[in-house]
Design a protein around this ligand. Structure first.
Ligand code: LIP
Length: 283
């Protein structure tokens, strides 16, 4: 990491901590809640306010940099170029934020030459600050963290996102995926924040995670995928099993590649079952 990147990191850290304070103060406030794609995909005025503040300050400091943010970029994802690109989720876990469920966070990542170099995920409610810089390890509140070294899928705790059962095109597949993952692992959990869940893999608290669905995008996984890889884990594409494309996250996060590939297989099998059931229903 260059001195310049150290400066980027320090600047981003200041913004994350300031935004975290806003999130912490506002979690119990009355909020205006709007649905984006359905009642499983919500947004509040705080999402927009926090993103505007973060992007405004970054633009002022780094006028030549690019930006990808959940609220300003929306569905029209720009191409990721070699330019320094800040990737921001002002509130990841908005549903949790609305319900005062304490897994919600501010996320900032920075990609340079299409590679994530800086990742910061801050949950100010539980005072958990996850950080990573390329090649320098991953940290929780300044303490180094490592993924769990479990190699046996049946001993894994795996997180999933049942909210996507509400999406008609994914319903059957999600149902089979949840069922099969539950059968083949120690257990299943759901936290409702992609960034925090990926950081929990980095921490060694869970071994795997699968997320895919409408609205899930670069900002949900970019920063945390660096935190996982710096902690010894991986984030792979659930179709190819190769390193995930942060611009097209249909992701499996895992404590190591063996577990990631097991999860790839389970999801393939679940999807095959879902397709079989669908074709039988037609007759
Ligand atoms: C959320 C994800 C969460 C998923 C939600 C949503 P947001 O991001 O992190 O894991 O279940 O559908 O997309 O919208 O709170 O930033």
């Amino acid at each position: 990491m260059t001195n310049q990147e150290d400066y980027f990191y320090d600047f981003a850290m200041k913004l994350v901590l300031e935004a975290g304070l806003v999130l912490k103060i506002s979690i119990e406030a009355k909020k205006t809640i709007k649905e984006k794609q359905g009642d499983w995909d919500l947004v509040t005025e705080y999402d927009q306010k926090i993103e505007d503040t973060i992007v405004g300050k970054l633009k002022q400091e780094f006028p030549n940099h690019k930006f990808i943010g959940e609220e300003s970029t929306g569905a029209n994802l720009p191409e990721l170029t070699n330019d320094p690109t800040w990737i921001i989720d002002p509130i990841d876990g908005t549903m949790n934020f609305i319900h005062c469920f304490p897994h919600t966070c501010v996320v900032i990542g920075l990609a340079i030459n299409k590679e994530v170099r800086i990742g910061i995920v801050y949950n100010p409610i539980l005072e958990q600050l996850f950080t990573a810089r390329k090649g320098r390890g991953a940290f929780l509140n300044g303490r180094p963290i490592k993924t769990s070294n479990i190699q046996d899928i049946s001993k894994c705790l795996v997180c999933i996102e049942p909210g996507f059962l509400k999406v008609a095109s994914l319903k059957n597949k999600m149902f089979e995926r949840i069922q099969l993952i539950t059968k083949k692992t120690h257990g299943v959990r759901t936290l409702g924040s992609a960034a925090i869940t990926l950081c929990y893999i980095a921490l060694g608290a869970v071994e795997g995670y699968h997320i895919e669905g409408p609205g899930i995008s670069t900002w949900d996984i970019a920063a945390a995928s660096l935190i996982i890889s710096e902690a010894g884990g991986v984030v792979v594409d659930r179709v190819t099993g190769k390193t995930v494309d942060i611009m097209n996250p249909r992701a499996i996060g895992a404590c190591n590649d063996k577990i990631a590939q097991e999860l790839v297989k389970i999801i393939h099998e679940a999807d095959r079952l879902a397709e079989l059931n669908e074709s039988q229903e037609k007759f």
